[in-house]
Design a binder for this molecule. Structure first.
Ligand code: MN
Length: 228
């Protein structure tokens, strides 16, 4: 056992459906503008330009049913996304080999301080201030691929206070799951414990304290998160 000068930070462990084992998180990658209709609503061309990525922090992943409204924003947005958890990794992974690295899937919310992100975009600054804040990625239990199979299609939706706000199909992703794993692995060495948030369909919008978000992905059930 190495000796640490201060108490080492905890490994972030996410619940796995029907298991008492946790999924240990290493890194969190997020893909931007991966559904054409969302790219258009954000003022961008939906053409298949190369994928781009940003990161959140492992401890931003939040399995809780409550989401604390973050400081320094007055325009907090939801983005419902399919999260992909990796059990193995590597560099320069071929698209055809990518799915063997998937451990499982979960429902996630890429919560965004949109006002801070918009300012960062305008000024050519990084996005962390808008994206990588405390509790910014509520995530539901992980469904192992060994039980649910490869997920490449199905309805993805988000309701706020019972009203449908976001709806799409996973088959509308511009860059599919194996393609985003392959592309990421050209830039970074992927490893067990990495989590990829795969982008959001159209319909993003703000929430305020008291709102109840219900995120749904076909085959993964739903996740209810209250803004507090
Ligand atoms: Mn997103």
């Amino acid at each position: 056992m190495p000796k640490y000068a201060i108490t080492p930070p905890e490994v972030i462990g996410l619940p796995i459906k029907d298991s008492d084992a946790l999924f240990p998180v290493r890194r969190v990658y997020c893909i931007g503008r991966n559904y054409a209709a969302h790219a258009i609503e954000m003022g961008h061309d939906p053409d298949r330009e190369p994928p781009f990525f940003f990161q959140k922090n492992p401890d931003n992943l939040s399995p809780g049913a409550e989401f604390p409204y973050p400081p320094k924003t007055s325009d907090l947005h939801y983005e419902v996304e399919l999260a992909v958890m990796l059990q193995s990794g590597g560099s320069n992974i071929a698209v055809e080999q990518a799915m063997r690295h998937v451990f499982g899937y979960g429902i996630a919310l890429d919560m965004t301080r949109r006002d801070l992100q918009s300012t960062a975009k305008k000024m050519g600054r990084p996005w962390e201030i808008g994206k990588a804040f405390e509790h910014s990625a509520p995530v539901g239990p992980i469904h192992p691929a060994s039980t649910v199979g490869d997920i490449d299609q199905g309805r993805i939706a988000l309701m706020v206070n019972g009203e449908l706000q976001q709806e799409g199909d996973l088959n509308q992703m511009i860059w599919k799951v194996p393609e985003m794993i392959s592309s990421l692995s050209d830039f970074f060495e992927l490893a067990p414990g990495d989590v990829i948030l795969s982008g959001t369909p159209a319909g993003v919008g703000p929430v305020v304290r008291g709102d109840v978000m219900e995120a749904q992905v076909e085959g993964l059930g739903s996740m209810v998160v209250k803004v507090v």
